[in-house]
Structure formats: C-alpha cells, structure tokens
Design a binder for this molecule. Structure first.
Ligand code: SIN
Ligand code: FE2
Length: 204
C-alpha cells in the first residue's frame, strides 16, 4: 500500500490474474445488458475519447444538454443498469471504510489512444465515501494533483490489477489519464484498458 497523497491510496497488484479474468467476464456481462455509449462534454458536445457504461442503481453520464449527472436509466436503451457484480461489492466492503453500499460503478473503456483529461469526481453527495478505482488491461499514465486545477500534479503508471482509492483529503483531487502504453495488455485485446470506479452517490 502506497499513499500517493493524503487519502489517495495505491494498492499495486491488488487483484490476481484469475481475479482480473473474472472481473473482465463480469464486465462483459454488464456491457451486453448495457452497451457502451459515447459521452459528450456539457455545452460544447465534444465527445469523450473514452466510452462508458455503468452498473448499479445509478449510472454516471454526460451529454451536451444535460451535463454531468447520475441517472437510473441507460441513455440509449432506456433500461435500468445491471447489478454491480458481487466481487466489486466485496471490494467496496473491504476498502471503502463506509457502512453503505456503492450506488454506481462507472465502466470506462479506453480503446488504444483514448485518454481522460484532468477532472474532479464531484457529482456525489457523500463526501465520506471514497471513489474506488480498478485498472484492467493496458497500462496507463495516471495523473493526480490537488483540489485546485492549477495545483502541481504528479503521475504514476497504473497496471492491470492495480487499485486506487480516492478518499479523505484527496476525495476531490484533480486526476486523469494522460495516455495508455501500447503492447502492455495481455488481458484485453487491441491494447485496450478498462477502468471501473465504484461510487456512493447519495448521503449514507
Ligand atoms: C476516471 O477518473 O474516471 C478514470 C480514471 C482511470 O481511468 O484510471
Ligand atoms: Fe475520475
């Protein structure tokens, strides 16, 4: 366990290869029920390079007209999101440090070349709950800073099976993914990466 910054906990190789394979299989099931969609920035409508879906009672999304939000229904199918896989609920119980279940698991799919700009996960109303983040597939360069956009940043490489818990004084830190490293995924095809983030949305 490495504390990258106060409350920003990094657990390299948290998941074994077999556990990673089981998570990928579970997420394939989620994506079958709730297909990946392409979110867009509020107002400008500029599309993200990452595609997304969710599981859990709530799902995070963004589009030009509605902006960043959680909602109960998939934006394209109109169906409820599928359940959060049990292994991820167990992970939350182990590491989240709060006695209330996660309500959303955002599934970010990075095809080769995708990235995610610096942002804060700030749409949740339970500041005591962390965001619990699982990396699968290609390695990436993860950047993190302080709670102000202009605070200095550092970066670290995340590998498949690594866990990051964004909590405490870092709960509202800026973070993002600068790039993926080609040729680093033996778990997912075509140099792709999955990131799963568990979130508590409503006050516990
Ligand atoms: C995110 O901040 O939503 C994604 C972080 C990551 O892909 O590791
Ligand atoms: Fe985030």
């Amino acid at each position: 366990m490495i504390e990258l910054a106060s409350g920003l906990i990094y657990r390299p190789a948290h998941f074994s290869r077999a556990e990673q394979e089981d998570l990928v299989a579970a997420i394939r099931g989620v994506v079958r029920a709730a297909p990946l969609f392409t979110p867009a920035m509020p107002r400008t409508g500029k599309e993200f390079s990452v595609r997304m879906t969710n599981c859990g009672p709530l799902g995070w999304m963004s589009d030009r007209d509605g902006g960043y939000r959680y909602q109960e229904l998939h934006p394209e199918t109109g169906e409820r999101w599928p359940a959060i896989p049990e292994a991820l609920l167990a992970l939350w119980r182990d590491v989240a440090g709060i006695d209330a279940p996660p309500e959303a698991c955002l599934v970010n799919f990075y095809a080769a070349g995708a990235r995610m700009g610096l942002h804060v996960d700030g749409d949740e109303k339970e500041p005591r709950a962390p965001v619990v983040s699982v990396s699968l597939g290609a390695s990436c360069l993860f950047r993190f800073g302080g709670t102000k956009r202009n605070d200095p940043t550092k970066s670290t490489r995340l590998e498949s099976g690594d866990l990051v818990v964004i909590g405490g004084a870092s709960r509202l830190c800026f973070h993002g993914v600068d790039r993926l490293y080609p040729g680093t995924s033996t778990l997912l095809p075509n140099d792709s990466r999955l990131n799963l983030t568990l979130r508590r949305v409503n006050p516990a």
